[in-house]
Design a protein around this ligand. Structure first.
Ligand SMILES: [Fe+2]
Ligand SMILES: [Fe+2]
Length: 175
């Protein structure tokens, strides 16, 4: 079953965004060099908090001692959360969405796609894995990039991505 990150994880992300005013420039440049034009648009469409997360993920894969990794692995790590941008939620909205996703049946949240306003945005945030995978597939991203975006909250395991690469991607997402 799909589970978003914990509220604690989001709060940690918030403090990182407060104290890290911008993404690491050198790694961001390295990442941009790897992205195709459509992927660049998706990266840049993210709010600052998510761009910082993208770059931290990319840096983690680039510096992983078990590397070197292919460019598609770095891109997968960096762009897995691009689906969040559509919800346009701030940190409090994200914490609320994560909490609601844990206590409400997913059917209810899915039904909010027909609503307007905050409920629609919460729905969008809760399905950011699916949205991100669709956007990346349209952007012409590599299969592993689409697959990691779709499955990065899937606790039941990911059979399409090799275990060693999966371990690095998971480690990067926790960074
Ligand atoms: Fe996510
Ligand atoms: Fe993430």
């Amino acid at each position: 079953m799909l589970q978003l990150g914990s509220p604690f994880h989001l709060v940690k992300r918030f403090f990182v965004s407060v104290f890290a005013f911008r993404a690491d420039t050198k790694t961001e440049f390295q990442l941009l060099e790897l992205l195709n034009e459509e992927e660049k648009k998706l990266y840049l469409s993210q709010p600052r908090i998510d761009r910082i997360h993208s770059v931290r993920n990319a840096k983690c894969v680039l510096s992983d001692p078990s590397g070197p990794f292919q460019p598609s692995h770095v891109i997968a790590a960096a762009l897995h959360d691009v689906g969040k941008a559509e919800s346009n939620l701030g940190i409090l909205g994200r914490v609320s969405a994560t909490t609601l996703q844990k206590i409400l049946p997913m059917d209810i949240i899915r039904s909010w796609c027909r609503k307007d306003g905050l409920r629609k945005r919460i729905h969008s945030y809760c399905i950011h894995s699916e949205l991100g995978a669709e956007l990346l597939a349209k952007a012409g991203s590599a299969p592993i990039v689409v697959s990691w975006a779709l499955q990065h909250h899937n606790e039941e395991g990911n059979t399409e991505i090799p275990q060693d690469v999966l371990a690095v991607l998971k480690r990067a997402d926790r960074s």
